[in-house]
Write a protein of this length. Structure first.
Length: 483
């Protein structure tokens, strides 16, 4: 079954930081893919903006090189690439000065959607927002897209929200979290709220525990300086994992509407119990046989920043009281894997002999690699020899069911098209961000005050052994990270 392509209306998109790494790796290749599939109107215009001097032809050469580097050869049809490059322009601007802003104005058309992507440091968000207004480049229907990190703590997040709110209304601000653009994450809402099968079981009476794992095989690499001031808590838990947890735990919204969905996510964050030290494990990867240690990567032998974190969380509301949520994320782990595992309660009484076996039902939602989901059920093992129970998946891998176009679309390209449509459902609202930081800040403050040092763990492992105890204390176990 082929995926349907629904075109968006005509637009002008300005990418501040248009020559940066994110634009080169994700934004521009994603826009090309939307153009090549026919979702982007042929008249749409994309304007790169950066401080460096470059003309339109130079920018087109830059983008052509990016497409060749980050897309598969089969994706770059010469005719499509040529037509896409014709849509591009460039304007040199000074984010903190006045240079280039008036020259950009004639490049923008009237009567089309006008969007501005802030693919720059958050320290420039306020400056760019102010100049868009003072130079008349943004109007009431314009939209801005801002990247994480959205603040370093609650105080900085509030300040950033205030800076943007001084120039743009909340319904014009799109705080992007690329995890929410993943096909499987969106399907989580469809599975929960589009099927009578799951929703009656989606509570503490029928669900034993929930696990969220985001594992990476790479270290911090060239991001050492940034990461050592961030760590796994700020880089992953406070935003990506928090959003996944909200989608799992939220109540059904009254309708599939941006504010209705985000209202329910906000309630989950506010119902989270404070995290405790005894339910938290922090780790740092050690040196491997052919890989540097975390200390080497960040060039700081005294670092107390975590590259791994595992936590047991609880939500104090009627639906989830007593159901533990286990989260873990880390660098230099056994495999690259992002998944959500919903483990249901065991059957209240087994009619089979103890040696027959059997496992509780699980719904496994794979975000990467191989996006999809499977429902693990118990059946009889085929063949003679009595009743032997085995665990098998009812599998739906998106690439197999809907083809590579549905499975292979990058989250960024989906989210950018939602910006053009004016749909904020998969974007964070300002009060959501602040609530997440309000929950996170006390944990970070306690670590800093007590100078807790993370536990070393072997590269290629599942993290520190102490993380296993989070589940073992209650007779549970992490789902294995398989290489």
């Amino acid at each position: 079954m082929a995926a349907r392509i629904i075109p968006v209306e005509d637009f002008d998109l300005v990418i501040f930081g248009g020559t940066g790494d994110l634009a080169r790796r994700k934004i521009l290749p994603g826009l090309y893919r939307r153009f090549a599939t026919g979702q982007m109107p042929p008249e749409a215009r994309i304007i790169g903006a950066a401080r460096g001097e470059m003309d339109a032809e130079g920018y087109r050469a830059f983008v052509r090189a990016a497409l060749n580097e980050f897309l598969a050869p089969g994706d770059c049809a010469p005719a499509d690439v040529a037509r896409f490059l014709d849509r591009l322009d460039f304007q040199s601007v000074d984010a903190r000065g006045e240079g280039g802003w008036d020259e950009m104005k004639p490049k923008l058309r009237e009567g089309v959607v006008r969007a501005f992507y802030f693919s720059v440091s958050p320290s420039l968000f306020g400056d760019i927002a102010e100049r868009l207004r003072t130079h008349g480049l943004a109007h009431r229907d314009s939209r801005i897209v801002v990247e994480k990190p959205f603040g370093h703590d609650l105080a900085s997040a509030k300040a950033l929200n205030a800076e943007l709110a001084a120039h743009f209304a909340e319904d014009q601000i799109y705080r992007i979290d690329h995890y929410l653009g993943k096909e499987t994450v969106q399907n989580l809402m469809a599975v929960r709220f589009g099927n009578i099968l799951f929703e009656p079981l989606w509570n503490h009476q029928y669900i034993d525990n929930v696990q969220i794992t985001v594992a990476e095989t790479v270290g911090v690499g060239g991001r050492g300086s940034y990461y050592d001031h961030s760590g796994a808590m700020r880089d992953m838990v406070q935003n990506h994992i928090m959003q996944l947890l909200c989608l799992i735990a939220m109540e059904p919204p009254a309708k599939f509407d941006p504010d209705a969905v985000r209202d329910e996510k906000l309630k989950v964050i506010r119902a989270l119990d404070p995290a405790t030290r005894e339910h938290t494990v922090r780790g740092q990867y050690a040196a491997g046989s052919d890989t540097p240690s975390y200390f080497d990567d960040v060039e700081n032998d005294a670092s107390e920043t975590e590259s791994f974190i595992a936590m047991q969380l609880s939500i104090s509301n009627w639906r989830w009281k007593g159901t533990p949520f286990f989260i873990r994320t880390g660098k230099r782990m056994k495999a690259r894997l992002s998944e959500i595992v919903i483990t249901f309660q065991p059957t209240p009484h087994s009619i089979f002999d103890a040696d027959a076996g059997g496992m509780p039902n699980q719904l496994v939602i794979r975000l990467q690699p191989n996006e999809g989901m499977d429902l693990r059920v118990t059946i009889k093992e085929p063949g003679p020899g009595g009743m032997r129970l085995i665990d098998v998946p009812l599998d739906m891998t998106f690439a197999e069911r809907f083809g590579q176009e549905a499975a292979g679309s990058d989250a960024y390209e989906r989210l950018i098209m939602d910006v053009i449509r004016g749909n904020q459902t998969l974007f964070m609202r300002g009060d959501e961000v602040e609530a997440a930081w309000a929950w996170t800040d006390p944990i970070l403050k306690e670590w800093e005050e007590k100078h807790d040092r993370p536990i070393p763990y072997e590269p290629g492992s599942a993290g520190p052994d102490q993380s296993l105890a989070l589940l073992h204390r209650s007779g549970r176990a992490w789902r294995e990270i398989k290489a």
